[in-house]
Design a binder for this molecule. Structure first.
Ligand code: FE2
Ligand code: FE2
Length: 168
């Protein structure tokens, strides 16, 4: 059985993963309208991954005898100015998510809930990968600046960056 304090923290994380999925979806749609097909595909795929993170939490809670709460999802930001704008927002968002995961990991130790602690290690690794990927992409965008040819190649090649070694 899962303690209420841990259950509440995991349920909050469900919402955060759901909100993440919506955020990536809004960014994907923006990129698609701008004709940035590669970036749009990358972001659509990422929106699906975030939904998978949410599902994984729901199933874990229910399997442990808790009851997952399926939240209302916030309307994400819809307008962006540049790709750099988007990936800066992504890095900031992922750092916030990492912080949230770390808080829950700390809580599971305090509560001696070692099975949830063990379960959360997957999220710890995932956040390291996601932050790394966002930083990597931002470095590339920094190099490209406003060079149109560079942006064209970025959009064509971003698909090669989306292979996430830790995704299941
Ligand atoms: Fe996530
Ligand atoms: Fe994420």
């Amino acid at each position: 059985m899962i303690k209420d304090i841990v259950l509440n923290a995991l349920n909050k994380q469900i919402k955060l993963e759901g909100d993440s999925s919506q955020l990536y979806l809004a960014m994907a749609s923006w990129a698609e309208v701008k004709g940035l097909e590669g970036t749009a595909n990358f972001l659509y795929t990422h929106a699906d991954e975030e939904r998978m993170h949410m599902l994984k939490l729901i199933k874990f809670i229910n399997e442990r005898g808790g009851k997952a709460f399926v939240p209302q999802i916030e309307e994400p930001k819809q307008d962006f100015s540049t790709l750099k704008d988007i990936f800066t927002a992504i890095l900031k968002h992922e750092m916030f998510v990492s912080e949230s995961i770390n808080e829950i990991v700390g809580l599971t130790l305090e509560e001696r809930d070692y099975s949830t602690h063990n379960f959360l290690q997957w999220y710890v690794s995932e956040q390291i990968e996601e932050e790394k990927l966002a930083r990597n992409i931002l470095d590339k965008l920094e190099m490209i600046g406003s060079d149109k040819g560079g942006l064209y190649l970025f959009d064509r090649d971003i698909v090669t960056l989306s292979v996430d070694a830790t995704a299941e």
